[in-house]
Ligand binder design. Structure first.
Ligand code: IMP
Ligand code: MG
Length: 177
């Protein structure tokens, strides 16, 4: 098992590149089936979900739109509790079939706070696809429609996820040792 260092912490391999790709393709296949003949709008939440969004999008065979917004509530290894929006949503969601793409749902606060803003625009439907979910950490009620992996409540980096800015470039996902 590979051990890597990011800043002052050691991380070990948790999900291989192959495992992640396989699962992302399965999620895309499920979406291809569920949205067959439709044209959903994906909203990818930056920064963490950029890699997941790019890979998932490549496995789609249906027509689909994508846009990006920036939400953040994290500083270092702990949720700051405050959700900050720094890039707003320009697309009109009225009557659209929307799928949110999130790298990881931890406490659930980010999405829980953000969903009412989206629902306010009256999309026809609103679903959530999260690559990772930490069920033990989730404090805010959320229905996740597509989940890549349920993981324990341990900090992870890689595949878009960072520890204080670093680690996003890793093709695998690593867990804090
Ligand atoms: P929540 O609002 O607590 O659900 O946090 C969601 C956001 O926190 C995610 O979109 C990530 O950007 C970040 N986050 C949560 N857990 C981790 C982790 O283990 N590693 C890196 N970032 C994380
Ligand atoms: Mg995120």
């Amino acid at each position: 098992m590979a051990i890597i260092n990011v800043h002052d912490k050691s991380f070990e391999t948790y999900l291989s590149e192959e495992t992640i790709q396989q699962r992302v393709k399965e999620l895309a296949d499920a979406i291809n089936e569920d949205y067959s003949g439709h044209r959903p709008l994906f909203i990818a939440i930056l920064n963490g979900s950029f890699m997941f969004a790019a890979d998932l999008f490549k496995y789609l065979t249906i027509e689909a739109d994508i846009c990006f917004i920036k939400l953040a509530s994290y500083k270092g290894m702990k949720s700051s509790g405050k959700v900050v929006t720094s890039i707003g949503l320009e697309d009109d969601l009225f009557d659209k079939e929307v799928i949110i793409l999130e790298d990881i749902v931890d406490t659930g606060k980010t999405l829980h706070n953000f969903l009412p803003k989206l629902l306010h625009q009256q999309p026809r439907s609103l679903k959530i696809a999260a690559l990772l979910h930490k069920p033990e950490a989730t404090e805010y009620p959320l229905t996740l429609d597509y989940v890549g992996f349920q993981i324990p409540n341990k900090f992870v980096v890689g595949y878009g996820l960072d520890y204080d800015g670093l680690g996003r470039n890793l093709k695998e996902i690593y867990q804090l040792v």
